[in-house]
Ligand binder design. Structure first.
Ligand code: ADP
Length: 452
């Protein structure tokens, strides 16, 4: 069986609720109005007959009804009888027998000829008078109830009309409200069928929850598309960076096999192969670290670490790797310890210092400083290199980001600082950077001494 749509469910529930409420109101109103009509009938017949009977005699005991006395008042038929039950005024409504016994001041409800009536008698006596009279009031209950029934029928028709109108209106509103939801599901379907992440819902700027949902969905698609593009860029960059050293290694090997004849030539080629293999190895290790970071399999192992010793060791290594044109100044006091993962913190120092070497440009100086207080260890790496423009500073922490002018041939791929950020975060550390193009940059890493 086809599943009911949410739209249909809402409209059905809503219509059912309106129907139940309307039915309750209608029943309550009908029974209330019947009650009121009944009370009105009783009040009218007793009042009219009683008042009329009081006016029947003059003070001297003579029967005296004004010549203009009306035997039909307030919907009540009145009939005046003498002591022998003969009618001397008024007329019994059609279909009612004359033979009903008199019963003073007792309201009776009788079914006569298929209709219901209230009958109310008042005896008219006077101490001066020699005779007794009766004033009888008759009012039709069926007529009044019939009128009330007609009103109730009209009300019922109006209520049905109201239910139909409000259901149609409700359906229209629900349908309109669900337009963005339909667009969301259509867009999601199109994306999954075509893998085209550039599709958007583009619903505009409404203010309700569904509009907000659609806009959030679009924002999410923006981010997914960007991440997807970056991943694609990463794959193509990684293959490109790996292809160059691989090609060099292949051609050096071919040269050794086909052309090299002297030890010196073999040595030259072997050295070139070694350099390219080192480059590849560095790249592959970075890629592996990134993928372990992503899979959460890389976890910091905290131990009491001599940060002074670690930083000095990294500085020695970096000085050795890079040529002597750049001066590396160290302000590293001995004996600064913190709870840290020595492998990861060394990686962080390597990335910061090697970046300073890499982006030194026309500069010539890198200063590495270490300091500490009761709680934190603070490490600063400062250079007078090419600097970073202020609009690029927020982006440098993003994975695969490289400022345009920063592409180098040594296999760097814009992964270094994202790794630095990840390492800092898992040590609950903070990072800040101040930089000015052409003047240099300073990266400051603050590491809490206690890991928790
Ligand atoms: P890369 O592999 O390109 O060095 P990083 O993530 O380490 O990647 O750095 C990202 C970008 O930040 C670099 O491409 C560069 O533009 C900029 N950057 C990082 N360190 C420095 C620095 N010391 N001086 C100038 N620019 C820097």
């Amino acid at each position: 069986m086809k599943k009911m749509t949410v739209k249909l469910k809402i409209v059905i529930w809503y219509t059912a609720a309106i129907t139940v409420i309307s039915a309750i109101v209608l029943i309550a109103m009908t029974s209330l109005s019947r009650d009121m009509i009944e009370r009105d009938l009783i009040g009218r017949i007793t009042r009219t007959v009683t008042d009329s009977s009081r006016q029947a005699f003059s003070p001297d005991g003579k029967m005296h009804l004004r010549p203009d006395f009306k035997f039909y008042q307030n919907g009540v038929h009145m009939v005046l009888y003498d002591g022998n039950a003969d009618i001397i005024g008024g007329q019994v409504p059609f279909g009612i027998e004359d033979s009903i016994d008199f019963d003073d001041d007792n309201l009776r409800r009788l079914k006569l000829g298929g209709n219901e009536y209230y009958i109310y008698d008042r005896a008219i006596r006077h101490h001066e008078a020699d005779n007794e009279y009766w004033m009888r009031g008759i009012i039709s209950v069926s007529d009044e109830n019939g009128a009330a029934g007609a009103v109730a029928k009209n009300n019922l028709l109006l209520t049905i009309l109201l239910i139909l109108l409000s259901s149609a209106g409700g359906y229209f509103i629900v349908k309109k409200a669900f337009v963005p939801v339909d667009k969301i599901s259509k867009t999601a379907k199109q994306i999954s069928e075509s893998s085209d992440l550039s599709q958007r819902i583009n619903i505009g700027n409404g203010n309700d929850e569904i509009y907000r949902l659609a806009n959030t969905f679009d924002e999410m698609l923006d981010r997914i598309e960007q991440a997807f593009e970056r991943e694609k860029q990463f794959t193509s960059d990684a293959s490109h960076e790996l292809r160059t050293p691989a090609a060099v290694i292949l051609s050096e090997c071919e040269y050794m096999l086909d052309c090299a004849s002297t030890d010196e030539e073999f040595r030259e080629s072997a050295l070139s192969v070694k350099r390219q293999a080192e480059k590849m190895s560095k790249l592959i290790s970075e890629l592996l670290t990134i993928s372990r970071m992503d899979k959460n399999t890389l976890k910091a192992e905290f131990e009491n670490t001599d940060i002074s010793e670690l930083l000095s060791f990294v500085c020695d290594e970096q000085e050795e790797i890079h040529d002597g044109a750049t001066q590396l100044i160290r302000n590293i006091p001995d004996g600064i310890f913190a709870e840290a993962d020595r492998f990861l913190i060394a990686r962080l120092f390597i990335n910061l210092i090697s970046n300073s070497y890499q982006y030194i440009g026309n500069g010539n100086q890198i200063t590495v400083s270490l300091a500490s207080d009761d709680r934190n260890v603070v490490c600063s790496v400062k250079d007078n290199g090419i600097g970073i423009s202020s609009e690029n500073i927020p982006k440098i922490w993003e994975r695969f980001y490289q400022a345009d002018n920063s592409r180098t041939a040594d296999g760097s791929m814009g992964l270094g600082l994202s790794m630095v950020k990840w390492i800092s975060d898992c040590h609950n550390g903070t990072l800040s950077v101040t930089s000015e193009p052409g003047k240099g940059s300073e990266f400051v890493f603050t590491l809490p001494k206690k890991s928790k």
